[in-house]
Design a protein around this ligand. Structure first.
Ligand code: FES
Length: 332
């Protein structure tokens, strides 16, 4: 039997079918609440349950007194107190068959894949959102669009090769003209467009992709906000597209770049901060009061950066993250 899920203080409610988690049911009903991984790892979907009963597996990402909506199954009708919500149009998401028109190796283990939509079609998405690629066995993989939304006849993906990864091991062999099925847009990692606050962008490896889309978008729209970008990698190969950074240095007034590299030799050669991204924040960001942080990468990195940024005064509500978890995307 479906349960009725209400959002406290509103007249919004939606049905949650047996076996369905609360986040998926909300998205299906056109109500978006904060989320990223949909696998119980990032903690972005944490919110309150003020009435009713839910069950969820234990997770280190679950803050005390909150529930991870992507993991919660209702046992009764439930009333929620989410951190935020807004209405979306679920029918805005579309499936496209796209063609590879360029496939380059940006570093030893990162491919930049450029896909063309069918002639006359455009993909609608916001900078920072992601798509899902459907593999022949029906499983899906999630990748952020690295191109800005105005380049809507194509999609650029940055794909790190994961050893044994079902999709990533075939990516280097994709040839011009090969086709893939993709669905988009997903995700609510997006620029707060009504804000003029300074932006701190912190990315690890291919977490660069969604932030590239954001920064190309604000460059196109001539948005003048102070932007600091910290891009971290184990060695110099992790910073695989420095030409984009050089472009923003010319186009964005108030843009500052700090490369962060764990390998001592490469850090010295590049003039980068030697160490981890959270150490770089402690060393370089004296006061983050009023700043918005946009952070993308692996769960441990995002957690460490969140902690360091909050130590420097960042408001928890102004920390926006997209957490990359390898492997199949959570089922829709
Ligand atoms: S933990 Fe629920 S979206 Fe990541």
């Amino acid at each position: 039997m479906a349960h009725d899920i209400r959002i406290a203080g509103t007249d919004l409610h939606f049905a949650c079918e047996p076996g369905e988690n609360i986040l998926d049911a909300a998205l299906k009903a056109g109500i978006e609440m904060p989320y990223s991984c949909r696998k119980g790892v990032c903690g972005n979907c944490a919110g309150g349950v003020v009435a009713g009963e839910v069950v969820s597996p234990p997770s280190e990402a679950k803050p005390a007194g909150k529930h991870l909506y992507c993991q919660c199954l209702p046992l009764s009708n439930v009333e929620l107190a989410p951190a935020a919500w807004h209405r979306i149009d679920p029918s805005a998401r579309k499936i496209f068959t796209v063609k590879v028109f360029r496939n380059t190796l940006a570093s030893e283990d990162v491919s930049v894949l450029q896909l063309r939509l069918p002639t006359g079609t455009r993909a609608k998405f916001k900078a920072g959102q992601y798509l899902q690629v459907t593999l022949p066995d029906g499983s899906r993989r999630s990748y952020s669009m690295a191109n800005p939304p105005h380049e809507s006849d194509s999609l650029q993906l940055h794909i790190r090769h994961v050893p044994g990864g079902q999709f990533t091991q075939i990516v280097p062999r994709l040839a011009v003209g090969d086709t893939l099925q993709v669905e988009l847009p997903f995700g609510n990692f997006k620029l707060r467009e009504d804000s003029t606050a300074a932006m701190l962008c912190v990315v690890g490896g291919t977490g660069f992709a969604p932030v590239k889309s954001l920064l190309d978008d604000i460059a196109k729209k001539r948005v003048h906000r102070p932007v600091t970008l910290l891009w971290g990698g184990r060695d110099r190969r992790g910073l695989y597209l420095l030409s984009a950074v050089e472009r923003w240095q010319k186009l964005l007034p108030g843009f500052t770049f700090l490369p962060v590299i764990e390998d001592a030799g490469d850090a010295e050669a590049l003039g980068a901060f030697h160490g981890r991204l959270d150490d770089a924040i402690r060393a370089h960001c004296a006061d983050l009061t009023g700043t918005e942080a946009y952070c993308c990468g692996a769960p441990a990195m995002v957690g460490a950066v969140r902690k360091a940024a909050q130590e420097r005064g960042l408001d928890a509500q102004l920390f926006f993250s997209d957490v990359f978890v390898p492997g199949p995307a959570a089922d829709l």
